[in-house]
Ligand binder design. Structure first.
Ligand SMILES: Cc1cc2nc3c(=O)[nH]c(=O)nc-3n(C[C@H](O)[C@H](O)[C@H](O)COP(=O)(O)OP(=O)(O)OC[C@H]3O[C@@H](n4cnc5c(N)ncnc54)[C@H](O)[C@@H]3O)c2cc1C
Length: 460
């Protein structure tokens, strides 16, 4: 075995870039090499919908850490370089930059290869192994540039998938003057983020701006002059089919972990298809770490494995991977809270913990409160709906969901509760800050807990 202390990182997305930085902070001397197959250094994928809408003026504004930055940190970043093979026994990675083969030995390896898009079974989606002209995913700066080149004021766009990215794209393309139809195979939008009752509030608001077809599947594409012209939409209940004229089709139907390199390393792959990692972000193979969308980790509440698909989690796992790969000692909590948020059509949504349906096998009590962000007498208050779910036996707060003003900050408060195992009885007495232009005396955070506490007492 190689005894060297060199650190090699695969991928320079949110995970890889962060891992490199924290490895360098931990060890000022070791050689750190990052191989990235794309042409850009670390940039924010999360900002892509906002470059398309024009809110972020230039694609390059998304770059968070430049090549120069990596150079100054004495991190050897090799762009346009694809790692093709990992030899675990001899501790060497083989990469290719153009026609040049690079061999690099490592003491520790960090795999941050991200995810690849997963496509629904739509007929004629691909031609010669590539998506038809006018059909796109939103994964890279190149994708965003091509999508932007297809935008036509007054044109029609269809978005397949009503998750967070689908709805962010609906907002962006609506802002650009396109007629937007969102097609969702499931009976509700935002399934992984909100329960059905909470998602209805969002559905009603978003439907005022764009067409949303739940329980509908995109089934077939037709092209004209080599470009998409129509998409066929099938009603999942009745089987009825209709066609929509479409200049641009966006696939926002989720991802699969990119694990092709990890497969032959002996790193264990979990039930959800991601590389299994522990609290140190270490895989089942010693000194091989992994972070981000290529991994699976435990949900904090259910302790069941979940695929990672959030930049917020990728960065935290990568901090652990970088520090530990460089000889430090850093552990994450045993599971992720999945604190998540977004904003579209002026509506903020946020959640922490699993959707209630996923708490199967647990006896839970939920309560909801629809209030205002400000005291009733103060002008400018905005609606805010909060839902909280607790364990029936202990009263421990398991999850919360919010739609409306300052949803994310309110959910961050509940993230503390979930992480700390706080019971709803305690949280109903939480002393929240009050001043008329900022928040009411009793914030919705405490009022919803009051409702759940009372429900819980009645049940007991
Ligand atoms: C449109 C959009 C909006 C999003 N919004 C949010 C949000 O608001 N909040 C949030 O928390 N998350 C959001 N996410 C998710 C977030 O971007 C991802 O969770 C995060 O990027 C994962 O980081 P990663 O490093 O695991 O993967 P990536 O950022 O995908 O990076 C993986 C990198 O590895 C490289 N790579 C892969 N294989 C190889 C190889 N063999 N050799 C060399 N390089 C390789 C790839 O080119 C890529 O650059 C969003 C994602 C998208 C697409």
């Amino acid at each position: 075995l190689s005894q060297n202390s060199d650190i090699v990182i695969i991928g320079c997305g949110a995970g890889g870039g962060t891992a490199a930085q924290f490895a360098r902070k931990t060890d000022r001397k070791s050689s750190i090499t990052v191989f990235e197959k794309g042409k850009y250094p670390q940039y924010s994928k999360c900002g892509l919908p906002y470059t398309i809408s024009g809110t972020i003026p230039k694609m390059n504004d998304l770059i968070e850490f430049s090549e120069e930055w990596f150079k100054n940190a004495n991190i050897n970043l090799s762009l346009g370089t694809t790692v093709e093979k990992i030899n675990v026994d001899n501790r060497i990675v083989f990469a290719k930059k153009g026609n040049v083969v690079i061999e690099k030995s490592f003491g520790s390896l960090i795999i941050c290869s991200g995810a690849k898009p997963s496509y629904p079974p739509i007929r004629n989606l691909e031609q010669d192994g590539r998506l038809v002209n006018g059909v796109h995913v939103v994964r890279t700066i190149d994708d965003a540039e091509t999508i932007s080149s297809h935008i036509k004021r007054g044109g029609n766009t269809t978005i397949v998938g009503a998750g967070l990215i689908g709805l962010e794209m609906a907002d962006s393309l609506h802002r650009k003057g396109m007629n937007v139809t969102v097609v969702e195979a499931l009976p509700q939008i935002l399934l992984n983020t909100l329960d059905e009752d909470m998602s209805k509030i969002v559905h009603a608001a978003v439907s005022e701006k764009v067409v949303i077809l739940t329980n509908h599947l995109a089934s077939k594409i037709e092209t004209k002059n080599g470009k998409i012209s129509q998409v066929f939409i099938k009603n999942a209940e009745t089987g009825e089919e209709q066609s929509i004229n479409t200049n641009l089709l966006i696939l926002a139907t989720g991802t699969k972990p990119e694990i092709s390199l990890a497969k032959n390393t002996g790193c264990k792959i979990g039930k959800t298809g991601g590389i299994i990692v522990d609290e140190k972000s270490e895989t089942s193979v010693k000194n091989i770490y992994a972070a981000g969308d290529c991994t699976e980790y435990l949900d904090f509440v259910t302790k069941k494995p979940i695929p990672i698909g959030l930049g917020s989690i990728a960065v935290r796992q990568a901090i652990a991977a970088g520090i530990n790969a460089a000889g430090g000692d850093y552990k994450l909590p045993e599971g992720v809270l999945q604190t998540r948020t977004s904003e579209f059509f002026g509506l903020e949504i946020a959640a922490v913990g699993p959707a209630t349906d996923l708490l199967e096998g647990m006896s839970v009590v939920s309560g909801k409160f629809n209030g205002s962000s400000l005291p009733d007498y103060f002008p400018g208050g905005k609606p805010i709906s909060l839902k909280v779910t607790v364990d029936e036996k202990t009263g421990r707060i398991l999850s919360a969901q919010a739609v409306g003003d300052n949803a994310a900050q309110r959910i961050n408060t509940f993230a503390c509760a979930v992480l700390g195992g706080i019971v709803v009885e305690t949280f109903r007495k939480l002393e929240t800050a009050y001043a008329p232009p900022i928040a009411p005396t009793l914030d919705v955070v405490t009022l919803v807990c009051d409702i759940v506490s009372k429900k819980l007492n009645r049940k007991r």
